[in-house]
Write a protein that binds this ligand. Sequence first.
Ligand code: KPL
Length: 289
Amino acid sequence: MDVVVFGAGSLGSLVGGLCAREHDVTLVGRDPHISAVRESGLRVTGAVEFTVEPDARTTVPDRADLALVTVKSFDTPTAARALTDCAPAVVCSLQNGLGNEERLARSHDTVLAGTCTYGARLDGPGRVACTGIGEVVVGDPDGGPSAAAERVGGALRAANIDVQVSPRMARRRWEKLAVNAGINPVTALAGVANGALADGPLHGVATAAARETARVARENDIDLDERDAVATLESVVETTAENHSSMLQDVRADNRTEVDAINGAVVARTDEPAPVNRTLARLVRGLTA
Ligand code: KPL
């Protein structure tokens, strides 16, 4: 299968590298990373170790069967536009936050929702570390069975990626949102790896954000129990204990964060107070102002 990964940052490079063990992969990203991959291949270290030689470009190729979108949520409009050039049969978002699939669906017919809890860190041009084996979940954004999701699930499984096809993606997206709403801002503010949220006061703040997100999910007709949201957060903290969250990596690199698509999205989807997410969003915005 011809797979294009749009967004060769840490997660995109890891997922693209894993896929390249089985499929013809094109990584689309920025230099100097892309030039390094073109010259010497992509070295994956950490929980899995191998080198692959995917195609690597700064613009999309002529065609693709599947596009995996891994850019930050604020770059989704750019991805949607650029991917029209290779007209992929299926576009699958593996991004944080809400609203990405809706944006992609404005210019693509078959769009899947996806979540990914693998931990990834770019160690330099051409080098990515897998800092936690998580799982990928894909499915139709509106729920129900999906032949496209089954095909994508099969393709990722063939590349030895732990993947589930879910008929309840709306709930899964909110569950992942609860995980990100807790882990990302707290690790970014405290400057710690995900594992530091396993207990103590940081665990208290992260789980409060996850519980509040579950409450807002239910206000939006998503059946997400607070205990399930907290249990999923705790399990991701454990499996990605060594990982620095994407928001911590962004703050350290002085890059724009996804706080608006994560904690900001929770606040925006309720008419009731959401003090934990609101406070975390304000504090993170203050870090990068
Ligand atoms: O999605 C992530 C992120 O860092 O954005 C998790 C799963 C929390 C891994 O760190």
